[in-house]
Design a protein around this ligand. Structure first.
Ligand code: SF4
Length: 335
């Protein structure tokens, strides 16, 4: 996850809640991609470190547990950069120019100059991020599948050029597709910090309730006496994600018959969201009071990640004839 500031409910339902489940099923490595932040925000790095800590606190609050997964900072594991450099030597430019998100962002982002070498190459860095742990699976949404494809192609090319004792060094990872329901923000558009419509995981309960009150509803429900349809209402979408079956039934029954008002319905949605966020708020307290604790968890995680990454790099270097060991074939008689 790139460090772009505090996380919101969209991050939780789209990724984090799934990561929390995965930590008991796999040997998971989750990192804060601070180098990736540079691919678009290279000119001002003043907030990167602050964002790293904010995300770490959100992660820990959401239930990621350093005892059950590795939580770390990308730039504290320099092996990512080494593998990125090696991959950059064997990745054809055409592969990168074809990546759909590259084309999309070049076309849509106009307030920054993205004509940078690092921006074109960021999927190569992502491939290194994955393969430096010999990752078998990557939990991603549909829009990231092309990046995993590219990672597989790079791994294949690497294995093809540089087998180690007749075997492939790198696995070809698979996407672990996670259902990520689209979460509407308070204005009905996709929840996003840049739209200023987000409910943050760190928002206190009164703020959550206030934000919900301002949320747009089914546009056909103009008056209290007009029936509405939760399927056409952003608040209805929130219910479908966060509320229990009974509440959802009450929402449908009340909304379609004008039996309930939107204020009441939003109150129920707020109750459901608060139920999910309250335990997070409790967990986050100690880290907010002492953010250094979160930093130390990332440091410990980074040390663990470095160990695994270095083991991979030893194989990679050896396969490419860059190992740090002296070899007898270099010996006397050859000069
Ligand atoms: S009652 Fe609820 S679901 Fe129906 S329009 Fe109002 S807020 Fe939306």
């Amino acid at each position: 996850m790139r460090p772009t500031g505090k996380l919101h409910l969209g991050h939780y339902v789209g990724a984090l809640s799934n990561w929390v489940k995965l930590q008991d099923q796999y040997d998971c490595f989750y990192f804060i991609a601070d180098w990736h932040a540079l691919t678009t925000d290279y000119a001002d790095t003043s907030r990167v470190k602050q964002s790293v800590v904010e995300i770490a606190i959100d992660w820990l609050a959401a239930g990621l547990d350093p005892e059950r997964c590795a939580l770390f900072i990308q730039s504290h594991v320099p092996q990512h950069a080494e593998l990125h450099l090696l991959f950059s030597m064997i990745t054809p430019l055409g592969w990168l120019e074809r990546v759909p998100t590259y084309k999309e962002q070049r076309e849509n982002i106009h307030d920054k100059d993205l004509g940078m070498y690092g921006f074109l190459g960021y999927p190569v860095l992502q491939s290194a991020d994955i393969l430096v742990y010999k990752g078998n699976y990557v939990p991603v949404g549909e829009d990231q599948v092309s990046h995993i494809e590219l990672t597989r192609e790079i791994a294949r090319r690497f294995n093809n050029f540089y087998p180690l004792r007749g075997k492939s060094v790198l696995p070809e990872p698979q996407p672990l597709l996670t259902p990520s329901p689209k979460l509407p923000g308070t204005d009905g558009r996709k929840m996003s910090k840049s739209y200023n419509n987000a409910i943050l995981l760190s928002d206190p309960e009164p703020v959550i309730r206030q934000k919900l009150k301002t949320m747009v509803t089914d546009p056909k429900r103009v008056r209290r006496t007009d029936p509405g349809n939760p399927d056409d209402c952003p608040v209805g979408s929130l219910h479908k994600i966060f509320s229990d079956k009974q509440t959802i039934q009450n929402v449908y029954a009340g909304c379609t018959t004008a039996g309930i008002g939107c204020i009441e319905c939003k109150g129920w949605a707020a109750d459901s969201i608060v139920k999910v966020i309250a335990p997070m708020q409790e967990r986050r307290q100690k880290f907010e009071q002492n953010p250094k604790l979160a930093w130390e968890i990332l440091e410990t995680g980074s040390a663990r990640a470095r160990k695994v990454a270095e083991a991979t790099m030893q194989d990679v270097r050896e396969a490419m004839n860059f190992s740090h060991k002296y070899e007898e074939k270099l010996g006397a008689g050859n000069f």
